[in-house]
Design a binder for this molecule. Structure first.
Ligand code: HEC
Length: 148
């Protein structure tokens, strides 16, 4: 090392500024924006919730203006079976669910009252962490205007 650099290092050490002061915790708290972004990825790219919970326009594209506001399911089974023809709104959290209940539902497919929704609602098995991210994303979306 050059002599002047040694001198600078020695001065810095004397001044106590060679190391940043240790912080109280080393693990940062989870970033809420990052959790919501992860939930968005699950909803928009993995679970494809909008395929059934968003109105489809005559063009075939999903209606961004009513994103996850619930809709008439645009297809029906070929063989008779139990079937729900309507999907509920998810934006802003579905009716009757708090965050913990929705997170639980997304891990089990079981509603808070112990019943299960009819097909074609898939029975998801998200991990607790991933389910919480989906819940955080849905909660962040503007709820549909109240029915008149
Ligand atoms: C293939 C179509 C389809 C997909 C994909 C889908 N859903 Fe559904 N979902 C439905 C239908 C239809 C219902 C209504 C079921 C009923 O009334 O029994 C429903 C109901 C629900 C309910 C309400 C359950 C209740 O208590 O009535 C929640 C919550 C829900 N879906 C969340 C989601 C989420 C989150 C995703 C994506 C991760 C998703 N759904 C993807 C069709 C779908």
């Amino acid at each position: 090392m050059h002599r002047s650099m040694v001198a600078i290092a020695a001065l810095a050490a004397l001044a106590g500024c060679t190391q940043p002061a240790p912080t109280a915790t080393t693990t940062a708290a989870p970033d809420p924006a990052a959790i919501i972004a992860r939930g968005e990825y699950f909803v928009e790219s993995i679970g494809m919730c909008g395929d059934c919970h968003t109105l489809r326009l005559p063009t075939g594209l999903l209606d961004k203006a009513t994103h996850l506001h619930g809709t008439a399911v645009p297809f029906a089974p070929l063989a008779p079976q139990p079937w729900a023809p309507q999907s509920p709104p998810l934006a802003g959290l579905p009716k009757g669910y708090d965050e913990a209940q929705l997170t639980q539902f997304l891990q089990t497919g079981v509603r808070p009252d112990g019943s299960r929704p009819l097909p074609p609602m898939p029975e998801y098995r998200f991990t607790a962490e991933d389910a919480a991210a989906v819940t955080a994303y849905l909660k962040s979306l503007p709820a549909p205007p109240a029915a008149p």
